[in-house]
Design a protein around this ligand. Structure first.
Ligand SMILES: Cc1cc2nc3c(=O)[nH]c(=O)nc-3n(C[C@H](O)[C@H](O)[C@H](O)COP(=O)(O)OP(=O)(O)OC[C@H]3O[C@@H](n4cnc5c(N)ncnc54)[C@H](O)[C@@H]3O)c2cc1C
Length: 61
């Protein structure tokens, strides 16, 4: 039976860990409490303005 890993949260740390472990043959599950993946690599919108939550240039144009 393959090894399984459960990662809590889908921020950069979790996504990078998932990539590395999946290359080593692990089966990965990720649970995320927010409505989209990425953690601080996201933006939020309010009143027509868009704000970086963190270093969004990593993942967005
Ligand atoms: C304004 C700003 C600018 C930055 N600029 C840079 C930069 O230029 N260069 C750089 O290298 N770094 C930068 N950083 C730091 C970088 O964003 C963080 O170090 C990195 O994104 C953290 O990733 P993480 O996976 O550890 O955590 P996070 O991105 O915080 O991800 C954690 C995830 O876990 C989820 N979560 C938490 N608790 C639970 C739970 N109980 N159940 C399910 N899910 C849960 C959260 O919703 C989130 O999606 C910046 C940060 C900020 C805020």
């Amino acid at each position: 039976m393959g090894k399984k890993v459960l990662l809590i949260g889908s921020g950069l740390g979790s996504l990078a860990t998932a990539l590395r472990l999946s290359h080593q043959g692990y089966e990965i599950d990720i649970v995320e409490k927010y409505h989209q993946a990425g953690g601080r690599l996201n933006t939020m919108e309010k009143d027509g303005f868009t704000f970086d939550v963190g270093p969004s240039f990593f993942s967005m144009s």
